[in-house]
Design a protein around this ligand. Structure first.
Ligand code: CP
Ligand code: NVA
Length: 307
Protein backbone atom coordinates (compact mmCIF):
# COMPACT_ATOMS: atom_id res chain seq x y z
CA UNK A 1 0.00 0.00 0.00
CA UNK A 2 1.27 3.48 -0.84
CA UNK A 3 2.05 5.43 2.33
CA UNK A 4 0.45 8.62 1.03
CA UNK A 5 -2.63 8.25 -1.12
CA UNK A 6 -2.35 9.57 -4.65
CA UNK A 7 -5.18 10.97 -6.78
CA UNK A 8 -5.30 11.48 -10.55
CA UNK A 9 -7.70 14.38 -10.87
CA UNK A 10 -5.69 16.18 -13.55
CA UNK A 11 -2.93 15.32 -16.01
CA UNK A 12 -0.83 17.52 -13.72
CA UNK A 13 -1.00 14.73 -11.15
CA UNK A 14 1.07 12.61 -13.59
CA UNK A 15 3.63 15.30 -14.33
CA UNK A 16 6.51 13.29 -12.89
CA UNK A 17 5.68 9.82 -14.19
CA UNK A 18 3.49 10.07 -17.29
CA UNK A 19 6.05 8.29 -19.48
CA UNK A 20 6.56 5.63 -16.78
CA UNK A 21 2.82 4.97 -16.80
CA UNK A 22 2.90 4.65 -20.59
CA UNK A 23 5.82 2.22 -20.46
CA UNK A 24 4.16 0.17 -17.71
CA UNK A 25 1.00 0.02 -19.85
CA UNK A 26 3.01 -1.23 -22.83
CA UNK A 27 4.57 -3.87 -20.58
CA UNK A 28 1.19 -4.97 -19.14
CA UNK A 29 -0.28 -5.26 -22.65
CA UNK A 30 2.16 -8.09 -23.38
CA UNK A 31 0.34 -10.37 -20.94
CA UNK A 32 -3.25 -9.24 -20.56
CA UNK A 33 -4.39 -12.15 -18.39
CA UNK A 34 -1.60 -11.84 -15.84
CA UNK A 35 -2.95 -11.50 -12.30
CA UNK A 36 -1.04 -9.46 -9.77
CA UNK A 37 -0.97 -10.57 -6.15
CA UNK A 38 -0.57 -6.88 -5.22
CA UNK A 39 -4.12 -6.24 -6.49
CA UNK A 40 -5.70 -9.35 -4.98
CA UNK A 41 -9.07 -8.46 -3.45
CA UNK A 42 -8.65 -4.75 -4.12
CA UNK A 43 -11.98 -3.05 -4.85
CA UNK A 44 -12.64 -0.09 -7.15
CA UNK A 45 -15.89 1.89 -6.96
CA UNK A 46 -17.00 3.64 -10.15
CA UNK A 47 -19.35 6.60 -9.73
CA UNK A 48 -20.58 7.72 -13.15
CA UNK A 49 -22.88 10.72 -13.57
CA UNK A 50 -22.64 10.44 -17.38
CA UNK A 51 -22.78 7.51 -19.82
CA UNK A 52 -19.64 5.57 -20.72
CA UNK A 53 -18.59 2.60 -22.80
CA UNK A 54 -14.78 2.64 -22.85
CA UNK A 55 -13.97 4.06 -19.42
CA UNK A 56 -16.42 1.89 -17.52
CA UNK A 57 -15.66 -1.36 -19.33
CA UNK A 58 -11.89 -0.84 -19.33
CA UNK A 59 -11.79 -0.11 -15.59
CA UNK A 60 -14.09 -3.00 -14.70
CA UNK A 61 -12.20 -5.44 -16.93
CA UNK A 62 -8.86 -4.15 -15.69
CA UNK A 63 -9.83 -4.79 -12.07
CA UNK A 64 -11.09 -8.30 -12.85
CA UNK A 65 -8.00 -9.24 -14.84
CA UNK A 66 -5.62 -7.81 -12.24
CA UNK A 67 -7.26 -9.91 -9.54
CA UNK A 68 -9.51 -7.33 -7.88
CA UNK A 69 -13.17 -6.34 -8.16
CA UNK A 70 -15.22 -3.30 -9.11
CA UNK A 71 -18.61 -1.85 -8.20
CA UNK A 72 -20.45 0.37 -10.68
CA UNK A 73 -22.56 3.05 -9.02
CA UNK A 74 -25.13 5.27 -10.68
CA UNK A 75 -25.48 8.37 -8.49
CA UNK A 76 -29.26 8.18 -8.92
CA UNK A 77 -29.21 4.86 -7.07
CA UNK A 78 -27.04 6.29 -4.29
CA UNK A 79 -27.89 8.65 -1.45
CA UNK A 80 -25.62 11.08 -3.33
CA UNK A 81 -28.55 11.49 -5.74
CA UNK A 82 -30.81 12.40 -2.77
CA UNK A 83 -28.59 15.08 -1.35
CA UNK A 84 -25.93 13.25 0.68
CA UNK A 85 -22.81 15.35 0.33
CA UNK A 86 -19.80 14.45 -1.80
CA UNK A 87 -17.66 14.82 1.29
CA UNK A 88 -19.70 12.31 3.36
CA UNK A 89 -19.81 9.94 0.37
CA UNK A 90 -16.01 10.16 0.10
CA UNK A 91 -15.53 9.38 3.79
CA UNK A 92 -17.99 6.45 3.77
CA UNK A 93 -16.60 4.84 0.60
CA UNK A 94 -13.06 5.24 1.97
CA UNK A 95 -14.06 2.74 4.67
CA UNK A 96 -15.20 0.15 2.13
CA UNK A 97 -13.15 0.24 -1.07
CA UNK A 98 -9.57 0.92 -2.17
CA UNK A 99 -10.12 3.54 -4.90
CA UNK A 100 -12.86 5.51 -6.63
CA UNK A 101 -13.12 6.36 -10.34
CA UNK A 102 -15.48 9.32 -10.71
CA UNK A 103 -17.06 10.70 -13.91
CA UNK A 104 -18.69 14.00 -13.12
CA UNK A 105 -20.24 17.02 -14.74
CA UNK A 106 -17.99 19.22 -12.63
CA UNK A 107 -14.23 19.28 -12.06
CA UNK A 108 -14.80 20.80 -8.63
CA UNK A 109 -16.91 17.77 -7.63
CA UNK A 110 -13.98 15.49 -8.49
CA UNK A 111 -11.64 17.72 -6.48
CA UNK A 112 -14.09 17.67 -3.56
CA UNK A 113 -14.29 13.86 -3.60
CA UNK A 114 -10.50 13.57 -3.76
CA UNK A 115 -10.02 16.06 -0.93
CA UNK A 116 -12.30 14.15 1.41
CA UNK A 117 -11.43 10.56 0.51
CA UNK A 118 -8.56 8.79 2.23
CA UNK A 119 -8.25 6.48 -0.81
CA UNK A 120 -7.10 7.38 -4.34
CA UNK A 121 -9.62 9.15 -6.58
CA UNK A 122 -9.30 8.87 -10.36
CA UNK A 123 -10.96 11.40 -12.62
CA UNK A 124 -12.90 9.33 -15.17
CA UNK A 125 -13.77 12.50 -17.18
CA UNK A 126 -15.27 15.79 -16.17
CA UNK A 127 -16.07 19.10 -17.85
CA UNK A 128 -12.42 20.23 -17.71
CA UNK A 129 -10.25 17.14 -18.17
CA UNK A 130 -10.03 13.49 -19.16
CA UNK A 131 -6.63 12.49 -17.74
CA UNK A 132 -6.86 8.70 -18.07
CA UNK A 133 -7.78 8.93 -21.78
CA UNK A 134 -4.52 10.76 -22.41
CA UNK A 135 -2.35 7.89 -21.22
CA UNK A 136 -3.92 5.61 -23.85
CA UNK A 137 -3.53 8.29 -26.53
CA UNK A 138 0.17 8.75 -25.85
CA UNK A 139 0.69 5.01 -25.50
CA UNK A 140 -0.76 4.52 -28.99
CA UNK A 141 1.54 7.19 -30.41
CA UNK A 142 4.56 5.62 -28.70
CA UNK A 143 3.63 2.17 -30.05
CA UNK A 144 3.40 3.62 -33.54
CA UNK A 145 6.36 5.98 -33.52
CA UNK A 146 8.61 4.55 -30.81
CA UNK A 147 8.94 7.99 -29.23
CA UNK A 148 6.96 11.06 -28.23
CA UNK A 149 9.42 13.92 -27.88
CA UNK A 150 9.57 16.25 -30.88
CA UNK A 151 6.46 14.92 -32.66
CA UNK A 152 3.85 17.35 -33.96
CA UNK A 153 0.26 16.77 -32.81
CA UNK A 154 -2.64 18.88 -34.01
CA UNK A 155 -5.93 18.69 -32.15
CA UNK A 156 -8.66 19.95 -34.46
CA UNK A 157 -11.97 20.90 -32.86
CA UNK A 158 -13.45 22.06 -29.59
CA UNK A 159 -11.20 23.49 -26.86
CA UNK A 160 -12.84 21.08 -24.40
CA UNK A 161 -11.80 18.58 -21.72
CA UNK A 162 -9.81 16.54 -24.27
CA UNK A 163 -8.01 19.62 -25.55
CA UNK A 164 -7.10 20.63 -21.99
CA UNK A 165 -5.68 17.25 -21.07
CA UNK A 166 -3.84 16.92 -24.40
CA UNK A 167 -2.26 20.35 -23.93
CA UNK A 168 -0.87 19.42 -20.52
CA UNK A 169 0.23 15.92 -21.50
CA UNK A 170 1.93 17.03 -24.71
CA UNK A 171 3.87 19.70 -22.87
CA UNK A 172 4.96 17.19 -20.21
CA UNK A 173 6.30 14.61 -22.70
CA UNK A 174 7.72 17.12 -25.19
CA UNK A 175 5.19 16.82 -28.04
CA UNK A 176 4.61 20.03 -30.02
CA UNK A 177 0.88 20.65 -29.82
CA UNK A 178 -1.45 22.96 -31.71
CA UNK A 179 -5.12 23.28 -30.79
CA UNK A 180 -6.90 24.35 -33.97
CA UNK A 181 -10.37 25.59 -33.06
CA UNK A 182 -13.02 28.09 -34.17
CA UNK A 183 -13.01 31.54 -32.57
CA UNK A 184 -14.97 31.39 -29.35
CA UNK A 185 -14.13 27.71 -28.70
CA UNK A 186 -10.58 28.11 -27.40
CA UNK A 187 -9.34 26.00 -24.49
CA UNK A 188 -9.41 27.69 -21.06
CA UNK A 189 -6.53 30.11 -20.46
CA UNK A 190 -5.52 28.16 -17.36
CA UNK A 191 -4.67 25.06 -19.43
CA UNK A 192 -2.97 26.97 -22.24
CA UNK A 193 -0.83 28.95 -19.81
CA UNK A 194 0.00 25.91 -17.68
CA UNK A 195 0.99 23.93 -20.79
CA UNK A 196 3.19 26.82 -21.96
CA UNK A 197 4.82 27.01 -18.55
CA UNK A 198 5.61 23.26 -18.57
CA UNK A 199 6.74 23.44 -22.21
CA UNK A 200 9.40 25.98 -21.26
CA UNK A 201 11.25 23.22 -19.43
CA UNK A 202 10.38 20.30 -21.71
CA UNK A 203 11.27 22.29 -24.82
CA UNK A 204 8.01 21.70 -26.69
CA UNK A 205 5.77 24.21 -28.45
CA UNK A 206 2.19 25.00 -27.46
CA UNK A 207 -0.09 26.91 -29.83
CA UNK A 208 -3.75 27.79 -30.21
CA UNK A 209 -4.74 28.61 -33.77
CA UNK A 210 -7.80 29.01 -35.97
CA UNK A 211 -6.58 27.96 -39.41
CA UNK A 212 -6.97 24.17 -39.71
CA UNK A 213 -5.53 23.81 -43.25
CA UNK A 214 -2.21 25.38 -42.34
CA UNK A 215 -2.24 24.11 -38.73
CA UNK A 216 -2.18 20.43 -39.73
CA UNK A 217 0.70 20.87 -42.18
CA UNK A 218 3.38 18.20 -41.51
CA UNK A 219 1.51 16.82 -38.50
CA UNK A 220 2.56 13.41 -37.16
CA UNK A 221 -0.73 13.04 -35.29
CA UNK A 222 -4.15 14.52 -35.99
CA UNK A 223 -6.62 14.24 -33.12
CA UNK A 224 -10.24 15.22 -32.91
CA UNK A 225 -13.19 14.85 -30.55
CA UNK A 226 -16.93 15.47 -30.66
CA UNK A 227 -18.16 18.99 -31.31
CA UNK A 228 -20.86 18.63 -28.66
CA UNK A 229 -19.68 17.09 -25.40
CA UNK A 230 -21.89 15.40 -22.83
CA UNK A 231 -23.91 18.10 -21.08
CA UNK A 232 -23.82 20.53 -24.04
CA UNK A 233 -26.65 18.96 -26.05
CA UNK A 234 -28.72 22.18 -26.05
CA UNK A 235 -25.98 23.85 -28.17
CA UNK A 236 -25.76 21.05 -30.74
CA UNK A 237 -27.20 22.90 -33.71
CA UNK A 238 -25.14 26.04 -33.18
CA UNK A 239 -22.00 24.01 -32.67
CA UNK A 240 -22.50 21.95 -35.82
CA UNK A 241 -22.67 25.20 -37.72
CA UNK A 242 -19.72 26.85 -35.97
CA UNK A 243 -17.40 23.82 -36.44
CA UNK A 244 -18.10 23.16 -40.15
CA UNK A 245 -14.66 24.34 -41.28
CA UNK A 246 -12.99 22.14 -38.65
CA UNK A 247 -14.09 18.75 -39.95
CA UNK A 248 -11.23 16.24 -40.23
CA UNK A 249 -11.70 15.03 -43.79
CA UNK A 250 -9.54 13.76 -46.66
CA UNK A 251 -8.71 17.24 -47.88
CA UNK A 252 -7.57 18.43 -44.47
CA UNK A 253 -5.41 15.39 -43.66
CA UNK A 254 -3.68 15.61 -47.04
CA UNK A 255 -1.66 18.45 -45.46
CA UNK A 256 -0.22 16.15 -42.78
CA UNK A 257 2.88 13.95 -43.06
CA UNK A 258 2.35 11.01 -45.41
CA UNK A 259 2.55 8.57 -42.47
CA UNK A 260 0.45 10.62 -40.00
CA UNK A 261 -1.82 8.80 -37.58
CA UNK A 262 -5.40 9.75 -36.75
CA UNK A 263 -6.69 9.50 -33.18
CA UNK A 264 -10.10 10.14 -31.58
CA UNK A 265 -11.03 9.33 -27.98
CA UNK A 266 -14.44 8.09 -29.24
CA UNK A 267 -17.42 8.02 -29.40
CA UNK A 268 -17.21 9.52 -32.93
CA UNK A 269 -19.80 11.03 -35.21
CA UNK A 270 -19.00 10.21 -38.84
CA UNK A 271 -19.92 13.06 -41.12
CA UNK A 272 -19.51 15.67 -38.37
CA UNK A 273 -16.08 16.03 -36.73
CA UNK A 274 -14.57 13.31 -38.94
CA UNK A 275 -15.42 11.69 -42.25
CA UNK A 276 -15.54 7.89 -42.72
CA UNK A 277 -12.57 7.84 -45.12
CA UNK A 278 -10.37 9.20 -42.31
CA UNK A 279 -11.67 7.37 -39.24
CA UNK A 280 -12.04 4.07 -41.10
CA UNK A 281 -8.97 4.66 -43.29
CA UNK A 282 -5.40 3.35 -43.20
CA UNK A 283 -4.05 6.12 -40.96
CA UNK A 284 -6.62 5.64 -38.21
CA UNK A 285 -5.55 3.99 -34.96
CA UNK A 286 -8.74 4.69 -33.01
CA UNK A 287 -9.51 1.08 -32.07
CA UNK A 288 -5.94 0.40 -30.97
CA UNK A 289 -6.27 3.61 -28.92
CA UNK A 290 -9.57 2.37 -27.42
CA UNK A 291 -8.09 -1.03 -26.53
CA UNK A 292 -5.16 0.71 -24.90
CA UNK A 293 -7.60 2.13 -22.36
CA UNK A 294 -7.62 -1.35 -20.78
CA UNK A 295 -3.85 -1.55 -20.47
CA UNK A 296 -3.46 2.01 -19.23
CA UNK A 297 -6.23 1.64 -16.60
CA UNK A 298 -4.29 -1.38 -15.32
CA UNK A 299 -1.11 0.64 -15.05
CA UNK A 300 -2.95 3.42 -13.18
CA UNK A 301 -4.58 0.97 -10.77
CA UNK A 302 -1.27 -0.79 -10.19
CA UNK A 303 0.50 2.47 -9.40
CA UNK A 304 -2.27 3.74 -7.13
CA UNK A 305 -3.51 0.74 -5.17
CA UNK A 306 -1.01 -2.11 -5.36
CA UNK A 307 -0.21 -3.44 -1.90
N1 CP B 1 -13.33 7.90 -24.57
C1 CP B 1 -14.16 7.66 -23.54
O1 CP B 1 -13.94 8.07 -22.40
O2 CP B 1 -15.25 6.94 -23.87
P1 CP B 1 -16.49 6.60 -22.93
O3 CP B 1 -17.30 7.86 -22.79
O4 CP B 1 -17.22 5.53 -23.69
O5 CP B 1 -15.99 6.13 -21.61
N1 NVA C 1 -15.45 15.69 -24.98
C1 NVA C 1 -16.22 14.47 -24.84
C2 NVA C 1 -15.33 13.33 -24.55
C3 NVA C 1 -16.03 11.98 -24.50
C4 NVA C 1 -15.11 10.85 -24.14
C5 NVA C 1 -17.27 14.64 -23.77
O1 NVA C 1 -16.94 15.20 -22.70
O2 NVA C 1 -18.41 14.25 -23.98
Amino acid sequence: MNEVKRDIVSVLDMKDDLEDLIDLSIEMKKNRYKRYAELDNRVLALIFEKPSTRTRVSFETAMDQLGGHSIYLNPNDMQLGRGETISDTAKVLSGFVDAIAYRSFSHSNVEELAKNATIPVINALDDKEHPVQIIADLMTIKEERGRLRGLKMVYVGDGNNMAHSLLLASAIVGINITVSCPHGYEPDDFYVNKAKEIARSSGSQVMVSHTPESDVRDADVIYTDVWTSMGEEAEREKRENDFKEFQVNGKLVSQAKSDFIFLHCLPAHRGLEVTPDVIDGEHSRVFQEAENRLHTEKAVLFKLIAR
